[in-house]
Design a protein around this ligand. Structure first.
Ligand SMILES: C[S@@+](CC[C@H](N)C(=O)[O-])C[C@H]1O[C@@H](n2cnc3c(N)ncnc32)[C@H](O)[C@@H]1O
Length: 256
């Protein structure tokens, strides 16, 4: 059980209270490990000359083991304790808000936003920022939770009480994300997004619930009513050159 029942839903302080749980495969963030593995499968290979990947709200850096070779994995988040763990796991970190990404336009070959869109109070601004910092021809990978009755029941009322489910009061269902609206927002930013649903493998989950051991594969589903993932391509071309590695390195040093 989470030790912070007094906190409001979606209170960032819970990530400090649960900092020792990030890298516990069967701890409070177990499902984030399973989702990070499935997110990793959507990542394209890095360009031969190397590429830049931005992990928006990287948390403790759980995506790091799943990033293909050849990328520089940059992570931003608001919580220092999470950033310290991400850095210890090879992520180049910067404390920043997803609403105002501190990078030049057209910086990243890949931008990942895993389990963050359902936590932000200005979805339009965050999606616009993601599109802005993605290079033309680059990729955006997301996963989030749909604003449906089913998601409120299964992922909040029930899953918060199940082993491997999200920590209690982690989510504010008011912020859950309508897939059709999300698709429109990305399209407005030049990113054509395709979604699929995600659900844990039932047998593996039952074994995990009984033993608190073993990985759980997230399977693709057709339903977008609960947890869902997307991969989108930013249209090539357009006005303006991509940012250089020096530009991005300067932003990482806080020099822009
Ligand atoms: C559910 S965790 C997901 C972490 C990571 N993406 C993963 O999947 O393992 C949500 C993360 O979003 C971060 N966060 C919440 N609001 C944020 C914001 N406005 N800007 C940056 N990070 C934020 C939290 O600190 C937390 O690390």
């Amino acid at each position: 059980m989470s030790p912070q029942p007094a906190l409001n839903r979606n209170d960032l302080r819970q990530y400090d209270l649960l900092a020792d749980q990030w890298w516990e495969p069967s701890g409070e963030f177990a499902a984030l490990h399973w989702i990070a593995a499935s997110r990793g499968e959507l990542l394209p290979a890095a360009p031969p000359e190397g590429g830049w990947l931005l992990d928006v709200a990287c948390g403790g850096g759980l995506l790091a083991p799943h990033v293909p070779r050849g990328y520089r994995h940059v992570g931003i988040d608001l919580v220092e304790s999470a950033l310290a763990l991400a850095a210890a796991n090879g992520v180049e970190t910067l404390r920043a808000d997803a609403l105002t990404l501190p990078f030049p336009d057209r910086s990243f070959h890949v931008v990942v936003a895993g389990e963050i869109l359902e936590h932000v109070t200005d979805l339009d601004a965050v999606v616009a920022e993601i599109c802005r910092v993605t290079r033309p021809g680059g990729w955006v990978i997301i996963d989030t939770i749909a604003d449906t009755r089913w998601a409120r029941l299964s992922l909040v009322a029930v899953a918060e009480r199940l082993p491997g489910g999200p920590p209690r009061r982690c989510h504010d269902p008011e912020l859950f994300v309508d897939p059709a609206r999300l698709q429109e927002l990305f399209a407005a930013g030049g990113v054509e997004m395709r979604f699929h649903g995600l659900a844990p493998s039932p047998l593996q989950y039952l074994r995990f619930a009984a033993t608190r051991k073993g990985d759980v594969t997230m399977r693709r589903t057709r339903s977008l009513a609960g947890l869902y993932a997307g991969k989108g391509h930013r249209r090539p071309g357009g006005v303006g050159a991509a940012a250089t590695s020096s530009d991005i390195e300067a932003a990482l040093r806080g020099a822009t």
